[in-house]
Ligand binder design. Sequence first.
Ligand code: FAD
Length: 423
Amino acid sequence: MKINRRMFVGTTAAAAATSASAPMVMGAAHAKPRVVVIGGGAGGATAARYIAKDSNGAIDVTLIEPTRVYYTCFFSNIYLGGFRDLASIGHSYGTLASEYGINVVHDWAVGVDRDAKTVTLAGGSSVSYDRLVISPGIDFIDGAVPGWDITSQNKMPHAYKAGSQTELLKAQIMAMPAGGTYAMVAPPNPFRCPPGPYERISMVAHLLKDINPTAKILIADPKPKFSKQALFQEGWSNHYDGMIEWVGPDFGGDNVEVRPDAMELLIDGEVTKVDVCNVIPAMKSGRICETAGVTDGNWAPVHAATMATKADENIHVLGDSSAQGDMPKSGFSANSQAKVCAMAIRGALTDSPVFPAKFSNTCWSLIDTDDGIKVGANYEATDEKIAKVDGFISKTGEDAALRKATYEESVGWYAGISADMFG
Ligand SMILES: Cc1cc2nc3c(=O)[nH]c(=O)nc-3n(C[C@H](O)[C@H](O)[C@H](O)COP(=O)(O)OP(=O)(O)OC[C@H]3O[C@@H](n4cnc5c(N)ncnc54)[C@H](O)[C@@H]3O)c2cc1C
């Protein structure tokens, strides 16, 4: 190839920049290594931002995300309770593009060719990668709740992907007849946000206590116990006494069927007419993980130190879709894993330093006004998994000032994680 002046100047400038500040590019066949991130949620947006920000432009980052506004599931229950409006939990991708130089592509990833290292988009184009990060959240297991499928989600919403489903659920609650019944079909383990269904029950009760105080809440649950159970049940009897009935597996909570057209819930064959039915089916990794061939059963096993999949060292899976060990499937966890993954990818592609992986998580829940509780832990990477090191949980009987402070802490966390994801 003949080198013209422009190319020569360009290469010299790039070389000078590399020696001055930018990290070295390792064995890349292209001018810059390329990272493609599928999914712009808690894991994907954070990973894209940290790789772009901390590599000082030495890595090209493309983020593929179909929605133009991402509504966080975190704080979507707080919206249901009437403590936030929907706009306050919506975030766009403009800053990632304008300030971090991320190539934001609003499309679905529909194929991954692991040999060619390309991702195909629904729009027809394809994008090449040196490393691929997949953080697509969850999908539901077909047939998990007899009588329910995705065509029933308007009659019986899941509201477990935030946005229109959350708005729909709230509208249905607001339209309940006086003394009506709100039912929830809770999911089996493992699922996104272990305290999520129970925080939702608290927020629905808060709303109904105000607008429909004789309404009833019924939960059919396949699990014998659930996250922060003693704290939630104490709060329910303090704030919403007699309103909430929890039916565990001993009483048929694991043997449920729904009839969306008739608005009926069957628990152990016994029919209950309901006014709202919030069906949260069993979950699995986002479908694109299966398409990429990195799942083992329902989830994608990963190496804890890098979040690289066990099936392909060039593909990393973050957040809810990953099978990583002890961390709960939460936005906090996905964000924490994304930073470890970003560091590992920068290390592999630009030789930047890599430190031992440390992770943390806290899940806050609001039971009633200023009555916040939390559970959390720190984790480390072992050869086998992300392993819990130590943890903490709120206690029953805490005073009102501590509970208020806990809620305020969660408001601060929400602002912090939103900025950490979207810039
Ligand atoms: C009601 C509720 C309350 C919650 N509360 C909390 C809380 O208080 N604290 C907390 O930490 N966590 C909470 N969570 C959990 C948290 O929302 C998830 O664990 C977190 O969002 C997981 O991050 P993720 O990156 O794995 O997936 P997501 O954040 O869901 O992001 C996935 C993204 O991938 C995109 N995507 C999917 N498939 C494709 C594809 N093929 N191509 C391109 N893009 C794709 C989706 O559009 C989506 O934007 C809550 C969840 C729920 C449902």
